[in-house]
Design a protein around this ligand. Structure first.
Ligand SMILES: Nc1nc2c(c(=O)[nH]1)N[C@H]1C(S)=C(S)[C@@H](COP(=O)(O)OP(=O)(O)OC[C@H]3O[C@@H](n4cnc5c(N)ncnc54)[C@H](O)[C@@H]3O)O[C@H]1N2
Ligand code: MOO
Length: 413
């Protein structure tokens, strides 16, 4: 059988096989909180303290014992003033303490009143009636956010800004994160750098910068790039050098181009000869020649050369696998189900990922499709907010519900 006639593997099956083969990355680095954002925790974060460390006031006002309240207008002495940062103090029955937001509630007090509900004089306060107050109100109890010794973030959690804030709040200043060395291999004699003047027959490398940004925005910052010409001998030699030099040896390789069926698709041929191909050719559009295997034990993703195929394959297949290797359970966001505002009459032969925009029309969000879905172009991917999925064999009529993944959801994972 001609290679091109092999049946295409469904996307769901490819993803399942990728995830099954995922092994935790061995590369782990300890980084300060300032340098960890968006990365994946290789070790859980355990709280060093109770947060808050003590019962404290949620408002500016007065602290007292609930039982000391009575009829409206009762006046009590206020001998104590506690502000945030003051050491814990004590009041006795019948006394009231002036208190400010964040200050420790004095021992002996069990309730805090807002100053707007009291009449505060220098050392005395006129109180509202007990029936308008709830015992314990306006107190943030010790340990409500985290307990000393509690795991507040598990291995595999992504260090979102909120997670970084929580980590700092429990007294942790450095975290261990997965830091796989990712090697991007662009390929092809037609590729030149955007820094150079345009040469006849050449195109500028967009996949290298695209993949670098995709990786960095999804938490993989240890990214390196090499370019391979269309010369099997040089490809062999470069790959051999990269794999044998321990300082350069990557933990993951992502290539672009050279994996289709053409005589000039040398990368796939070298990979087939030197590595182990797990699968090749998926029922995905764009991205059919997506290849996965390992080279010298290193996971190897062979993406097609077309830039929008790179985008789709990275978001839907590579990134979920990288996340699983970082211990993440949820590797893809939940898709939204939104109605299409367009028609596709021809049943999809491959599961299609359309570049779409989500617009609100008569108070209803609908999906609009970019008119040009060529996998060779990126302007439609910039125009789009995300990807709508058309399963194999399906057509689309206006109003049909489609699964929609926004780019921001896909990247924030
Ligand atoms: N006879 C067939 N031809 C093709 C088939 C097929 O099934 N039978 N599949 C098509 C599909 S679908 C795709 S996708 C492409 C993918 O081919 P390759 O992965 O081998 O990629 P190349 O041919 O090397 O490149 C495709 C395209 O992308 C451009 N490119 C490559 N690298 C970059 C880069 N770094 N930055 C920007 N653009 C890049 C390259 O110049 C080509 O135009 O194969 C179809 N053919
Ligand atoms: O699958 Mo290819 O990526 O359509 O152009």
């Amino acid at each position: 059988m001609h290679a091109g006639k092999q049946p295409l593997m469904p996307v769901a099956q490819a993803l399942e096989r990728l995830l099954d083969s995922a092994r935790p990355f061995r590369a782990i680095t300890e980084v300060p909180l300032a340098g960890c954002q968006g990365q994946y925790l290789a070790e859980p974060v355990t709280s060093r303290v109770d947060v808050p460390a003590f019962d404290n006031a949620a408002v500016d006002g007065v602290a007292l014992r609930y039982a000391d309240l009575g009829e409206p207008g009762l006046t009590r002495p206020m001998p104590l003033r506690v502000a945030a940062g003051d050491a814990p103090a004590t009041i006795v029955s019948g006394q009231v303490a002036r208190i400010f937001t964040g200050a420790p509630v004095p021992a002996g007090a069990d309730t805090v009143l807002m100053q707007e509900d009291c009449e505060i004089a220098e050392h005395r306060v006129r109180l509202p009636g007990r029936d308008t107050v709830t015992a314990g109100q306006n107190i943030r109890p010790a340990g409500q956010d985290a307990r000393h010794g509690e795991v507040v973030l598990a291995r595999g959690e992504r260090l979102t800004p909120q997670a970084v804030g929580l980590t700092a709040s429990v007294g942790i200043a450095t975290v261990k994160v997965y830091s796989p060395r990712v090697l991007i291999l662009t390929s092809g004699d037609e590729i030149q750098s955007p820094e150079e003047s345009p040469l006849p027959g050449k195109i500028f490398d967009s996949n290298g910068p695209l993949l670098t940004q995709l990786l960095q925005q999804s938490g993989f910052v240890n990214v390196h790039r090499e370019h391979l010409p269309d010369d099997p001998a040089i490809i062999r030699e470069t790959l051999n050098d990269l794999l044998t030099d321990s300082a350069q040896r990557p933990d993951v390789i992502i290539s672009t181009g050279g994996v289709s069926v053409g005589e000039e698709d040398h990368l796939r041929a070298v990979l087939a000869e030197q590595g182990e191909l797990d699968f090749w050719r998926l029922a995905i559009k764009p991205g059919k020649p997506f290849t996965y295997g390992n080279l010298g034990g290193i996971p190897f993703f062979g993406l097609p050369g077309n830039p929008s195929a790179v985008l789709v394959c990275y978001l839907m297949l590579v990134l979920p696998m990288l996340r699983r290797c970082c211990g993440a359970d949820a590797v893809l966001p939940t898709a939204m189900s939104l109605p299409a505002d367009f028609t596709i009459n021809k049943p999809a032969k491959r599961q299609e990922y359309l570049r779409v925009r989500c617009v609100v029309d008569a108070a209803q969000a609908v999906l609009q499709k970019h008119p040009n879905q060529s996998s060779g172009m990126l302007s439609s991917a910039v125009w789009a907010d995300g990807l709508a999925v058309v399963p194999v064999g399906c057509t689309v009529a206006p109003g049909d519900a489609l699964a929609f993944f926004s780019f921001s959801d896909l990247l924030s994972g």
